[in-house]
Design a protein around this ligand. Sequence first.
Ligand SMILES: [Zn+2]
Ligand SMILES: [Zn+2]
Ligand SMILES: [Zn+2]
Length: 323
Amino acid sequence: MTPESPKRKAPPLLSDPISGRKVVLAPGRRRRPGNGNAGIAAATAEELERCPFCEGREDKTPPELLALGGTAARAPDSPGWKVRVVPNLYSAFERQQVVIHSPRHVRSVTELPPGQLALVVEAWAEVAERAWREGFDHLQVFVNEGTAAGASLAHSHSQLVWLDHAPPEVALEQPQLSSDNCALCALLAHLNPKLVLDERKVGKSILTLAVSPSGRAPYELLVAPSDHLGDAFGATEELAAAFALAVEGARRLNVVEGPSPFNIWLHNFQGDGHWHLELIPRLNVFAGVELGLGIFVNPTPPSEAARLLRAATNEVSGAKARP
Ligand SMILES: [Zn+2]
Ligand SMILES: [Zn+2]
Ligand SMILES: [Zn+2]
């Protein structure tokens, strides 16, 4: 380490235009010991034998709320489904469900074919419709993948939380995302093209997968449609394309860093807002600075992250695990 010079300038504090979150890019911290990828461990025999989400073990979950992809003759809680929604047994909220992404024991969203991802989004939208009918105001979707990201069961799944009001993170962002003065529209309009990893056109919208210019963690990704589409669950085609793009980002992350833990969530808005997905890899630990000061130290500049993720485009998914 070089000795501190009294004239050394502090790195600039970035402010995320959507959330207001403060970020410092500190590339020097990248080689700190203990910064290795926590990775994703391989499936154990016990995991495979006991997994309650695998087809044929429907009796190991609470009764299903919804199943997609089965024949009309299929009885509830029996095999023959493609996506299944069941109550979360360990719910922290009044209503919380698990969306099981596949009848097979698939351990990552990156292993799901596009049609299966679209079916998952269809399940989210059907649950959302039930939530609106019952007077709930917000349905929070998230994916936790890998133990370091909070996943307790390896079989690929997402979770849905029904809320009476927008949760704090969504409420915090909403004022910046109104259609007359939207920070996300401005971000997309002025985005450095080098941060863009991929784009897809659906109807009149272009969906963009990009490295967040003010990511709080290495390789943090943002997926957003080019315009305001109202409730994301009412725009399932666009939402499915956005989810597929986020999964593509995860696939590239796995190529660059080895199988990695991450969270994906949707920020959706009732009324005025600009929905988007965020993907945050869990490769570093948030410590005193992040949690105590509210300043996120990101050791990988977004331009560097984008360079690596763009180069990963043609490689096969499911990179080798790190030693
Ligand atoms: Zn399973
Ligand atoms: Zn906007
Ligand atoms: Zn957000």
